[in-house]
Design a protein around this ligand. Structure first.
Ligand SMILES: [Zn+2]
Length: 694
């Protein structure tokens, strides 16, 4: 390996070059242990043993292809390979998502999960994390990051497995339908639209579907899948652009639902638990009228869907609405972009991706769990922050506004002055202490008057709460609070009236960092904070920037260093990191900048001196002492300030003489300056008219 391909396709020579012989660790071990395959070595034995313990499968026999009759050996290898890739990638900072390396992690996990279930009949949800300890035991010493991040890896693996488990069953059923149809129709391949649908609806990565298709003797056509994907993307983009706001239900429409159509208000308790729910279609709202069916409506019309039961969270209490979809597998799918509640009726706003919905249809409600999860972190984080604010700033702190979405939490509160950095540190520390204790969260609907009795309960002044009101308490059971509501201890507990969705245990939040503190009106401050992965990402950004400053600091003084520090200044202003870390970075930045400015000044002074010394030196020489002019190149850089200093000297201190000087060189830049002295006759032969240029 010789070069590193740059983004602009050019090649950059590597500092250390080597030959890739393909003799990796595993192959080396197989040669040393005299085995034909990598998998028969003791690199894999501990993992295979663990897989056998967890699944109860037969022993690994190192059979391949047709010799591996039941496919179990292949499954052993797939699972062992996958758990290695997943664990190292996650330890390295990759998290499963739909882009780039994150999507590689997701695909590998989903493929591995299916192997585990198909060949080992393993329960999906915490399968890979059960294999993980064997890997950490085996490699944790050589790769300490694996040991350090074991808990994080376990959580991410489980979270991702649980998310996929939701659709795995249904997706496999749908796949069987598609495959059966294709085979019945004499096809040898699964259509691109089917492959895309399996991805879009059930999260089946293309390579997983390909694998499953091959088991049925079918192929897939990647070009066809791309076409289907593009078509779907364009359609959803067009709808999203067309629909900025969805129609609201007005009072007359609410009355119509209640009094003439007479449909009951939906049951939305399921929003407080995880997983999908089933519901029935009640009505379709077009914005002006209620319909019993979506038939006869133009395609991609923005619609509101009303169900008898839902698990979607409608925007309220500062928490944003869920997104997701409502579907009948393989028959119809409705994309939910927004959810609003009007007088107790919940309207799922979105558009039909395909198929039709009619009153009474049984549907599956699937909110986007991967989006809900950071929202939960941020909501519970808000309660903890609210509690910490009162602890640090005092009792007059009251909530004035709140926004909770998947990226951040924003909290406005009454407070007279700016929150100082030491106070921010205290608030952050207290919040994180709360989080790290891994408290359980408790909820209960409580009679409003009774709930108000709880010592230290947080409620928004002037807000009308329903009766009964939902009480959310972190760390102490609501019943325990109510058994002695006036217990002064309760002031140390976060207790709020809240209808939002929360984490089960505070440990899931991992971290809370304050990234902004500002004033938004007289006596009202705003704090923006990140939690969980968002907080970790911000901290990683801070680390990268800090390393960049170290790099700039190490560069030799010169134009490159000055240019880099200037660029870093812009970057620092735009950097979203913890307020406290930003302050540290600013200090570090200021120190480097100061050193550069001082060095610049020092060099400036030295060059000005050299410039003047050169000209004066010339006149001091015996043969020049009566000379009235000097024309010459100065031994300094293209330094306009030094030239100006020379000019100023002759203008004020030695007015008779004329000087014309240059500095710099043709590669860099050239500056020149002239002063025409008062005794100019002596060189009236000077042929050009000179102007003062810098
Ligand atoms: Zn809340």
């Amino acid at each position: 390996m010789h070069s590193d391909r740059q983004k602009d396709k050019s090649l950059k020579s590597l500092p250390a070059k080597h030959v890739d012989t393909g003799m990796g660790f595993e192959r080396l071990v197989s040669a040393l242990q005299n085995k034909i395959s990598n998998y028969a070595t003791d690199v894999f034995t501990p993992l295979f043993d663990r897989i056998r313990d967890v699944t109860g499968a037969r022993q690994y026999t190192d059979k391949y292809g047709k010799d591996d009759v039941d496919g179990i050996d292949t499954a052993y290898r797939v699972v062992a390979d996958h758990v290695r890739l997943l664990s190292f990638a996650i330890a390295d900072g990759a998290a499963p998502n739909n882009m780039g390396r994150g999507y590689v992690v997701r695909r590998v996990l989903r493929r591995g999960v299916r192997y585990a279930r198909k060949y080992f009949q393993a329960e999906i949800g915490s399968f890979f994390s059960k294999i993980l300890p064997a890997l950490v035991e085996q490699m944790g010493e050589q790769f300490p990051e694996l040991k350090k991040k074991e808990e994080d890896i376990r959580e991410i693996l489980d979270e991702e497995e649980v998310a996929f488990a939701v659709t795995l069953d249904r997706g496999e059923k749908q796949f069987e339908k598609y495959a059966a149809l294709a085979i019945k129709g004499g096809q040898t391949k699964l259509s691109g639209a089917d492959v895309w649908r399996l991805y879009d609806t059930f999260g089946f990565p293309e390579d997983l579907t390909k694998l499953m298709a091959e088991e049925r003797g079918l192929t897939i056509d990647e070009a066809e899948v791309s076409v289907a994907r593009e078509k779907a993307r364009e359609a959803s983009k067009a709808v999203k652009e067309a629909v900025q706001t969805f129609p609201k239900l007005n009072v007359h429409q609410i009355a119509e639902l209640e009094n003439s159509i007479k449909i009951p208000r939906p049951d939305s308790e399921a929003k407080y638990s995880k997983g999908d729910t089933k519901g029935k279609v009640q009505l379709i709202f077009t914005g002006s009228e209620f319909r019993k069916t979506s038939k006869e409506l133009p395609p991609k019309t923005p619609l509101g869907l009303l169900l008898d039961k839902t698990n979607f969270y409608a925007e309220s209490g500062g928490q944003v609405a869920d997104s997701g979809r409502i579907l009948i597998d393989g028959v119809a799918e409705f994309k939910v972009l927004d959810v609003q509640e009007f007088g107790g009726y919940i309207v799922h706003n979105g558009y039909l991706e395909y198929g039709e919905f009619t009153e009474g249809d049984e549907v599956i409600c699937e909110y986007d769990e991967l989006r809900r999860q950071p929202i939960r972190n941020n909501h519970t984080g808000t309660h903890i922050l609210n509690h910490a604010l009162r602890e640090v700033l005092g009792d007059e702190v009251n909530q004035k506004g709140s926004l909770v979405d998947q990226d951040k939490l924003r909290f406005d509160f009454s407070h007279k002055s700016q929150v100082s950095l030491p106070e921010i540190k205290k608030i952050e520390d207290l919040s994180n202490k709360y989080i790290q204790q891994n408290f359980k969260t408790y909820y209960k609907d409580v009679d409003l008057d009774l709930a108000r009795e709880i010592e230290g309960v947080r409620a928004v002044f002037g807000e009308t709460y329903p009766n009964p009101v939902r009480v959310v308490s972190i760390g102490v059971d609501v019943d325990e609070l109510l058994s002695n509501p006036k217990n002064p201890e309760w002031r140390n507990v976060s207790v709020e009236f809240c209808g939002g969705t929360h984490v089960d245990q505070t440990g899931i939040i991992k971290d809370l960092i304050i990234v902004e503190e500002s004033g938004i009106a007289k006596g009202i401050r705003r704090i923006v904070a990140y939690t969980g992965d968002g907080a970790h990402q911000a901290q990683r950004n801070a680390k990268v920037f800090s390393e960049k400053l170290d790099h700039i600091d190490a560069i030799q003084f010169g134009p490159e260093k000055a240019a880099e520090i200037k660029a870093a200044s812009v970057e620092l202003d735009a950097l979203t990191v913890s307020v406290l870390t930003k302050e540290e970075l600013r200090t570090k930045f200021a120190k480097i900048q100061k050193e550069i400015v001082e060095e610049q000044k020092k060099r400036q002074k030295a060059e000005s001196k050299t410039a003047l010394d050169t000209v004066q030196g010339h006149f001091k020489q015996e043969e020049n002492k009566d000379s009235k002019f000097f024309v010459g190149h100065l031994p300094i850089s293209a330094n306009s300030k030094a030239i100006a200093d020379v000019m100023n000297y002759y203008k004020t201190k030695d007015k008779e003489r004329t000087v014309y000087v240059f500095a710099g060189n043709k590669d860099e830049a050239v500056f020149h300056g002239v002063y025409v002295g008062t005794v100019s006759q002596s060189f009236s032969w000077f042929p050009v008219k000179l102007v003062f240029l810098t």
